[in-house]
Design a protein around this ligand. Sequence first.
Ligand code: ATP
Length: 366
Amino acid sequence: GPRIGVLTSGGDAQGMNAAVRAVVRGAIHLGARPFAIYEGYQGAVDGGPGIREMTWDDVGNIMHRGGTIIGTARCAAFREREGRRTAAKNLLERGIDRLVVIGGDGSLTGTDLFRREWPDLLRELHERGEISAETMAAHPTLMVAGIVGSIDNDLVGTDMTIGTDSALHRIIEALDAISSTAASHQRTFIVEVMGRHCGYLPLSAAIAGGADAVFVPEDPPRDGWEERLCDKLAAARAAGRRDSIVLVAEGALDRQGERIDVDRLHDVIERGLGEDARITILGHVQRGGTPSAYDRWMSTLLGIAAVQDVLAATADSPAHIIGVRRNRLARLPLVQSIENTRAVAGYIKEGEYDKAIEARGESFGK
Ligand code: ATP
């Protein structure tokens, strides 16, 4: 049967294991042969034990584990054409010409480049005597499907990405813990959460965690925000609120494009209220721990749909990302989705926040 490689690449995210498991078992169920590519693209570049055929049992007992059992990495060699040529050779040695890639927009960009270059890479390998004419003819195209693994939920076009829901759970657990200590001391806590270009985590956490204020990259506060923040915190305190929480995305900015980070917020609160606010940076805690129920079942559905997609693909079909829209699986055009995602980051950089929100809006279900 057809041979499918599966890999996880870029930053890890809870739920990647459920997706890997679904790809492996879905492939076997549909009569294909699944291969794990270890440590992101590095396994493909290295070959040998970097690529291994998977059995049904190899992916048993992994669904509840965070991270990814097949490893992830940032592979510099795959950014070079030579590395991709070596990767093509190693995949072909095992007859693999279909890939399911679970990663962020960088990883999926690499996948698309690999897919487009594939015929040329094979021609070069043949010219160098590294593959036969038969091998070249037998695998004229690379068929790929992407699944977005990113706790930031930053891909435009899909409502959710793998790991986001679990990360939100981690944040809420932390906020609950913080607010009990904050309440005891009548203190303000400033909490930094992930979200370089995407405010999904801070915004959702602010709502679910009952925060007093939140700062997100796509919607910087209007000038004079320092005073308004302090007034709001003071009013809440006067009304009897004992615990105050201010959430800030790691990529939050003001209208001048300057970072609003925990230290700046600390200064603002100290100057405005004479209060020594406490700072917590959640960092990698957000990526850790057990995947939520959602990240298990949704990643399972995504994995199976990705297998179906690469098995149904033909030479002319465009590459897809399997995502979620309005709680249903959706096939998104890979190239367009990544372009739209990069556009949002560009708008934020240029200070065109209305455009950023509009471009983001569709995947936030507005
Ligand atoms: P995250 O958002 O979690 O950082 P990502 O997938 O965007 O995930 P990157 O570090 O951008 O993370 O990419 C992961 C790997 O994908 C790179 O180390 C490289 O191997 C490959 N890759 C990324 N961009 C490209 C590209 N333009 N060409 C070829 N390979 C790429």
